[in-house]
Design a binder for this molecule. Structure first.
Ligand SMILES: *[C@@H]1O[C@H](CO)[C@@H](O)[C@H](O)[C@H]1NC(C)=O
Ligand SMILES: *[C@@H]1O[C@H](CO)[C@@H](O)[C@H](O)[C@H]1NC(C)=O
Ligand SMILES: *[C@@H]1O[C@H](CO)[C@@H](O)[C@H](O)[C@H]1NC(C)=O
Ligand SMILES: CC(=O)N[C@H]1CO[C@H](CO)[C@@H](O)[C@@H]1O
Length: 371
């Protein structure tokens, strides 16, 4: 905890993403026990078990870029699988769990995990409501805005977890727990009234490298001063084409285009080569950017994420940026279709504050210990 108590301003998560062609490994190359599990599952549930050569499998992998050994409908058959597969959502398809229902007072929306964000925003658009789908300090992380999970345990038992019921420990753990604790079959999310916002992506060429990294650093250090504004700054590398580009997805929960916190992302400080920042509904924005034009994931490609948190530090950003771009360009130029990117994601103090205010922060980042 020494690391966090030395926290000066805010955290900066470095998200590295790599999209690459999918390996040809599925049921045929998995270890023996998995093969047996697949056969047992298939014999019990032939309609919903998909091996690579079958139509259902191809449909699933067309719409989801995950590595998948097989697919079946949860939660009914979970307990027939060996325990080590219970929580591996990569082998379970949730694509038919497509619930979308606004509560009677419109304060929450129930969302099945088979939905894409574009479905959720499109569903809410006519009511002028939105949910937190990402990383906006004003309301914390998306996981700070889940009020209830419906989930299936390894034993096959279905339960609901909230901040205050008998399963509050599970609720707390699910905030950062990924799929290690249960399979979530429904998320109840807090809604916000926000019919139109300023949102869009500015793109810069290689010449803007230094002012771009400076602007991202400043946002990490001072971005909490404007709670309504957020950025997702991504360095995109296409090694086969020898191209490095800089992008900033900017968001301001306001109908006025006056976020001073973005001053260094616009002229004269930096001149974008393309810019879609405009007043629009989040639904319209998400429909246009899913999948992101900068990182398309067509059939046959998959994505992999790695996250490393560190205290905001301009020198560290320089080191990560240079090491990553230089080694990707030098070592991966022979890989066609590969996109590698680094997102210097500022997580301001407000993110952490909101997490603590909304039923606790399992990451145990203690901003109040900052000097
Ligand atoms: C989803 O439902 C459809 C229609 O009932 C069915 O054909 C398909 O196999 C189901 N998909 C999965 C993954 O269970
Ligand atoms: C890649 O582009 C840079 C300029 O952006 C250039 O200096 C370098 O020589 C190029 N490398 C290759 C292998 O083409
Ligand atoms: C913009 O950049 C200048 C110079 O680096 C810096 O002093 C200022 O704080 C930055 N503004 C914001 C809002 O980050
Ligand atoms: C899906 C995709 O982007 N495929 C491309 C991979 O790279 C080859 C060679 O550059 C292209 O021809 C494909 O279109």
């Amino acid at each position: 905890m020494l690391f966090f108590s030395a926290l000066v301003a805010s955290l900066l998560s470095i998200l590295a993403t790599v999209s690459k062609p999918m390996d040809a490994v599925f049921v045929s190359s998995v270890p023996g026990s998995a093969k047996i599990a697949c056969s047992i599952t298939e014999s019990k549930n032939p309609q919903n078990t998909f091996f690579p050569s079958r139509a259902g499998y191809i449909d699933e992998t067309k719409s989801h870029n995950m590595l998948a050994n097989m697919r079946l409908r949860p939660p009914k058959f979970i307990s027939s699988l060996p325990r080590r597969y219970h929580h591996d959502s990569n082998i379970l398809s949730t694509s038919n769990l497509t619930t979308l229902a606004l509560s009677s007072d419109s304060s929450t929306v129930s969302v099945g995990p088979g939905n894409r964000w574009r479905d959720v925003y499109a569903y809410l658009q006519s009511s002028g409501l939105v949910v937190l789908g990402g990383r906006v300090g004003e309301h914390g992380f998306a996981s700070d805005n889940v009020v209830k999970y419906e989930c299936v345990l390894g034993s096959g038992i279905i339960m609901e977890a909230t901040a205050t019921n008998d399963h509050s420990d599970l609720f707390w753990a699910l905030k950062v727990g990924g799929n290690s604790f249960c399979l979530v079959t429904r998320f109840d999310l807090t809604t916000y009234r926000s019919p139109q916002v300023w949102v869009g992506i500015a793109q810069y060429d290689q010449s803007q490298r230094t002012p771009y990294l400076d602007a991202v650093y400043n946002f990490g250090a001072y971005g909490a001063l404007d709670l309504k504004a957020a950025i997702v700054p991504t360095v995109v590398i296409l090694p086969a084409q020898n191209v490095t580009a800089y992008a900033a997805a900017k968001f301001d929960d306001s109908e006025l285009n006056n976020a001073a916190v973005f001053e260094n992302f616009t002229a004269p400080q930096m001149v974008p080569v393309a810019n879609s920042y405009s007043l629009q509904s989040l639904g319209a924005y998400v429909a246009l950017t899913d999948p992101l034009p900068a990182c398309p994931t067509p059939f046959g490609l998959r994505q992999e994420f790695r996250v490393m948190p560190c205290v905001v530090n301009r020198q560290a950003m320089e080191l990560v940026h240079n090491t990553f771009t230089i080694s990707v360009l030098a070592k991966l130029s022979g890989v066609a279709n590969l996109t590698a990117s680094v997102t210097f994601q500022p997580a301001t103090k407000e993110f952490i504050r909101q997490g603590i205010a909304r039923s606790g922060n399992p990451q145990e980042v203690d901003i109040f210990k900052a000097p």
